[in-house]
Design a protein around this ligand. Structure first.
Ligand code: 4NP
Length: 153
C-alpha cells in the first residue's frame, strides 16, 4: 500500500485538513492508501487539531477531532513513499531534514493544482480555514489524479 505523509508547521491546521481531504477523496475513488500527517515543528505535539479546523471539516461531514499532532521524524522519510509539504517553507525544512537519500520523496502539496503554497490560517479567522479547506480539497483531487496517472514519481 502506498504511504502518503502531509506536513505543515504545527500539524494542527493545514496538514490535518489535507490528510482528511485526501482520505475522503481516496475513499471515493476506491483507492487504498496509508495516510498520515505531521508538523516540522513540535510545539503542538499531542494536541487535537485547531478547533477552527475541526469545525470546517465537521461542516463538510468529516470528523478530524481524534487526530493528534506530532513532529516529523527521521523514520518518516524511510517509511513513507511520498511526503507532501503544505508550503514552500516547510518543503525547505523537509529538504534539510530528509537528506539527499529521500529528497525524491518530497513534493509541494499544491503543485498538482494551481495552488502552490497553502497559506497558514492559524493567525486569521474562520474564513481563512474555509479557504484552506477549499484549497486542500482541490489539491487532494489533483494530487490523486497525478498519483493515479503515474505523474508523481
Ligand atoms: P499549521 O498552522 O502549520 O497549518 O498547523 C500553524 C499552527 C501553529 C502555529 C503556526 C502555524 N504556531 O505558530 O503555533
Amino acid at each position: 500500500m502506498q504511504k502518503l505523509l502531509f506536513v505543515c508547521l504545527g500539524n494542527i491546521c493545514r496538514s490535518p485538513l489535507a490528510e482528511a481531504a485526501v482520505r475522503v477523496a481516496a475513499s471515493e475513488r476506491g483507492l487504498s492508501l496509508h495516510i498520515d500527517s505531521a508538523g516540522t515543528g513540535g510545539w503542538h505535539a499531542g494536541e487535537a487539531p485547531d478547533r477552527r479546523a475541526v469545525k470546517v471539516a465537521a461542516q463538510a461531514g468529516v470528523d478530524i477531532s481524534h487526530l493528534r499532532a506530532r513532529q516529523v521524524t527521521a523514520a518518516d522519510f524511510e517509511n513513507f513513499d511520498y511526503v507532501f509539504a503544505l508550503d514552500g517553507q516547510n518543503l525547505m525544512a523537509l529538504r534539510e531534514a530528509s537528506g539527499l537519500d529521500h529528497a525524491h520523496k518530497l513534493h509541494l502539496f499544491g503543485s498538482f493544482a494551481d495552488i502552490g503554497s497553502v497559506g497558514d490560517p492559524y493567525f486569521g479567522d474562520q474564513a481563512g480555514f474555509e479557504l484552506c479547506w477549499q484549497e486542500v480539497q482541490r489539491g487532494a483531487s489533483a494530487l490523486l489524479d497525478a498519483l493515479e496517472s503515474g505523474e508523481i514519481a
